[in-house]
Design a protein around this ligand. Structure first.
Ligand code: FAD
Length: 334
């Protein structure tokens, strides 16, 4: 395992920001991660764990060690009607979805084309088109960066919620994900509850492969490809607010879309709030809001992370003022 100095992270973040890491290493096994942690402690350097960099916004150069987790182990166990797959943290998420769906192992088809690696998938419990990672997750293997102990957290211990898990709290912030275990099915019964997906499939019975293809098509038509225009996907979470507040808002905005969340809370589409506030297609210098998807902040080429953070701040303030709703940021801001 080699630790390099002054490494550009341009190819390690989907915004394409050309910032540098003081030290960088790519670890392909548990032993290499342990070696990297020993080095980091010996040299008393801060540590930043990175997967594919598709949910990370770098606003400055990184002091210390960037540990790129690249364990690419992939194993499958068949047990009667159950298929259990273990994916190392460095496995590409979309490749995992594609490989499983194409080989008759169903369950991840709705989550096609989400960028990044398997190791980051539990961090925010990735979700799209009516499914979340936690629907298929069995457990997560982790290493505690301070104690050096390895352990396995079951689904309940991961405390998953909408774009949330234990890894986003102080109780889980010191864990490095080594790999995830998921259950899939040989039965081709895709989940088609998400309205846009239902409409696209025209309410007819469909296969998981058709759902996979349709999700890919819809994502490609709506979301900018980070290789062409830098972005981190949705920049804000959909806010969950008391249903009473919705009644007040609806007086001013009768067409406000609302989704049930709990008995007392409702979920609102952040994209609608931002779009209605006039931000879609907005541009300040080389950063802006995508012209087809108001939730996606973009780097038109020469932008930087500080400019993205300022723009995000302006949007949050405007949304707060207009609707009295706080928008929470989704990516990790460094
Ligand atoms: C075009 C686009 C579309 C997207 N669409 C969706 C979507 O539909 N649904 C969705 O949920 N997300 C979406 N995302 C966000 C992103 O793809 C996911 O959050 C993904 O899981 C991030 O993976 P990554 O490996 O790139 O994470 P990174 O950006 O590398 O890391 C994200 C966070 O996880 C931590 N982390 C990464 N690896 C590990 C590890 N092994 N152990 C511990 N911590 C770790 C990092 O420190 C960081 O805090 C989208 C992003 C883009 C660019």
């Amino acid at each position: 395992m080699h630790i390099s100095e002054n490494v550009s992270l341009r190819d390690h973040n989907s915004f394409g920001f050309d910032i540098s890491a003081e030290h960088f290493c790519s670890a392909k096994s548990l032993e290499e991660i342990q070696e990297a942690l020993q080095w980091q402690k010996k040299h008393n350097k801060p540590l930043l764990v990175l997967g594919g960099g598709s949910n990370t916004v770098f606003t400055r150069n990184v002091d210390g060690l960037v540990l790129h987790v690249a364990i690419d182990q992939l194993t499958t166990e068949h047990n009667g009607n159950n298929i259990n797959v273990y994916a190392g943290a460095g496995v590409s998420w979309h490749q995992l979805v594609k490989q499983t769906v194409f080989s008759g192992q169903y369950g991840l088809e709705n989550l096609a084309l989400i960028p990044g690696n398997a190791g980051a998938a539990p961090i925010q419990n990735i979700g799209a088109y009516g499914k979340e990672l936690c629907d298929n997750l069995i457990s997560v293997d982790v290493l505690h960066r301070e104690t050096g102990e390895t352990t396995t957290l079951n689904r309940k211990e991961c405390d998953f919620d909408y774009r949330h898990s234990i890894f986003k709290t102080p109780a889980g912030a010191d864990f490095i994900v080594l790999g995830i275990r998921i259950h899939l099915s040989p039965q081709d019964k895709p989940v088609i509850t998400y309205q846009a997906l239902k409409d696209a499939m025209q309410n007819r019975p469909s296969t998981a492969r058709e759902v996979f293809d349709q999700v890919c098509l819809m994502r490609q038509s709506k979301l900018p490809d980070p290789k062409v225009i830098g972005n981190a996907g949705s920049f804000f979470k959909n806010p969950v607010i008391p249903c009473q507040q919705v009644d007040t808002l609806r007086k001013e905005y009768p067409d406000l879309p609302v989704f049930p969340y709990s008995n007392t809370e409702c979920k609102l589409p952040a994209a609608w709030l931002i779009d209605r506030a006039g931000w879609k297609g907005h541009r300040t210098g080389d950063v802006g809001v995508h012209n087809k998807q108001a939730l996606v902040l973009v780097n038109h080429g020469g932008g930087n992370g500080q400019q993205i953070a300022i723009l995000a701040d302006e949007i949050q303030k405007d949304v707060k003022q207009r609707y009295r709703i706080h928008l929470e940021r989704e990516p990790t801001i460094y």
